[in-house]
Design a protein around this ligand. Structure first.
Ligand SMILES: Cc1cc2nc3c(=O)[nH]c(=O)nc-3n(C[C@H](O)[C@H](O)[C@H](O)COP(=O)(O)OP(=O)(O)OC[C@H]3O[C@@H](n4cnc5c(N)ncnc54)[C@H](O)[C@@H]3O)c2cc1C
Length: 462
């Protein structure tokens, strides 16, 4: 039986190869280091962690990352096995000894008779006789391979930077202050005329917000990133520096909007939030891409009326990152529609983070192996963490944003990607839950549903 080629021996590529081998199929991993390096990797090790040593929360009851850990362990993940074996104390988080971790992954891959490792860059479209390929070359894909992917997928389909505005959980927005309305009640394609959530600011609130924004600490670009201001996607704080009214005449302009709670009072400025996922559980802050430090963002943005208790599914950022416009380019099994022998995995698909990249590698490996063996392929249910992430990548995301720049941006796993659950139940004493208690109950219900649905899916797949 022909081998499946995996390009990239990072988190996703190693997990994919491991899953392929567990299914009894041969895998060849092509890793360019040490022949060619990236701007962030420091070693020639497989599965190198380029920055922090944390796999984030291991709490599977209350945190979506913990849920995805649990699912990966249930699916025999190599990355999780090695992380567990090389854990270092980090409270509720799963942090690892980075050297021990990558050495263990490399040892396991190297010792598997079904996996071959070839060191060298794949610098163009893989040869025609590689009939099943997983491209897992990550956020720092080598320029020549990126150029080849760009040719196959089209000019606009591969991004080299992400420009992310903060994304807020819909149910944490105070709708007694905010209201739903599209500017001038325009319906647009698929719209209702009330598609945006609007948060009004009066003159003083705007002045205070501006002051906080300008005073907040910003992150610097890394040397290799340059200053990638593009597509009219200026960071909100850079716009604010250009003049006191720049935002009020830009992304915070109040025109074409009437405050449903105070129709006779004209807001001085308005922050709009646009639906971000098909489920309608997440909304992004329009035009608020930012380089403010993560610690500063909740404080500054919670000063906006309606967002006082906002829970952020992800904070804003601007980074070097190579990723596909996956909802448009990939089919439900992660294959490139334009060349189905190429399947993508890891951060290049538009997930974000070590754990998520490995999870997408895991599922891509399983899909590729089943395809090779002629077995039926079933996707994990969208109610599981891996299924929810896959759904985000391959179609759960809204693409159209008023003819503006494309809206698909990389995403960590979070409960906002899960289909909402009916009432999350009452307290033990039958009391109706509110506020934080209700939020906890909702997360725990989503986690329990994910666990049951994963088990059902695994049982059906046997
Ligand atoms: C600077 C930086 C810091 C980050 N910090 C964090 C963090 O702290 N926490 C977190 O969770 N996530 C972080 N990420 C995001 C991301 O989750 C990681 O980059 C993660 O390693 C992605 O996994 P991956 O398998 O998709 O890619 P990688 O782990 O990068 O693996 C891709 C592999 O492909 C190889 N490769 C590239 N091109 C080719 C080619 N043409 N031929 C052969 N091999 C090739 C590379 O050498 C690399 O080994 C960071 C990203 C960057 C860029």
């Amino acid at each position: 039986m022909k081998a499946i080629h995996v390009i990239g021996g990072g988190l996703a590529g190693c997990e994919a190869a491991w899953q392929i081998a567990r299914a009894g199929v041969r895998a060849i991993v092509h890793e360019m280091r040490p022949t060619r390096g990236t701007e962030a990797h420091r070693t020639d090790r497989l599965a190198e962690l380029v920055c922090s040593n944390s796999f984030r929360s291991d709490d599977s009851q209350n945190n979506a990352v913990g849920v995805i850990h649990r699912e990966m362990r249930a699916l025999g993940s190599l990355i999780m096995r090695c992380a567990d074996a090389h854990q270092v104390p980090a409270g509720g988080a799963l942090a690892v000894d980075r050297d021990g971790f990558s050495a263990a992954v490399e040892a396991a891959i190297g010792a598997d008779p079904r996996i071959e490792i070839i060191r060298g860059e794949i610098a163009g479209v893989p040869p025609d006789d590689w009939d099943s390929v997983i491209v897992a070359t990550g956020p720092l894909t080598s320029p020549s391979l990126a150029a080849a992917i760009r040719v196959v997928t089209g000019e606009e389909a591969l991004a080299f930077f992400d420009a992310i505005a903060p994304i807020v959980h819909r149910d944490s927005i105070d709708m007694s202050k905010a209201w739903m309305q599209s500017r001038y009640d325009k319906t647009g394609p698929g719209g209702t005329g009330a598609d945006y959530i609007n948060c009004p600011l009066d003159r003083d609130q705007y002045a205070n917000f501006l002051e906080a924004l300008l005073a907040a600490e910003k992150t610097e670009f890394k040397d290799f990133e340059g200053t990638p201001y593009f597509d009219g996607c200026l960071p909100i704080e850079v716009m604010a520096e250009r003049g006191r009214d720049t935002l009020r005449f830009g992304p915070m302009k109040p025109i074409g909007l009437t405050n449903a709670h105070q129709p006779t009072v004209k807001p001085w400025a308005v922050v709009q939030l646009r639906q971000d996922n098909a489920l309608g559980t997440l909304f992004n802050m329009v035009g608020f891409q930012t380089k403010l430090k993560y610690g500063e963002q909740p404080r500054v943005f919670r000063a906006i009326p309606g967002l006082e208790h906002a829970e952020f599914a992800r904070l804003g950022g601007l980074h070097r990152n190579t990723f596909l416009n996956s909802p448009r380019l990939l089919d439900p099994l992660l294959r490139l529609k334009a060349m189905t022998r190429l399947r993508f995995a890891g951060q290049i698909t538009g997930c974000e983070g070590y754990v998520e990249s490995a999870a997408v590698g895991l599922i891509a490996g399983r899909f590729a192996a089943a395809e090779r063996l002629g077995l039926a392929i079933s996707r994990p249910p969208a109610t599981t963490a891996i299924g929810a992430l896959l759904n985000h990548i391959t179609g759960g995301h809204i693409e159209a944003i008023d003819g503006g720049p494309r809206s698909f941006q990389p995403m960590n796993v979070n409960f906002g990607l899960f289909p909402p659950i009916e009432e999350a139940g009452g307290g033990v004493d039958g009391r109706r839950l509110r506020g934080a208690e209700k939020g906890v109950a909702r997360k725990q219900a989503l986690s329990a549903r994910a666990q049951a649905d994963l088990q059902r899916w695994l049982a059906d797949a046997r």
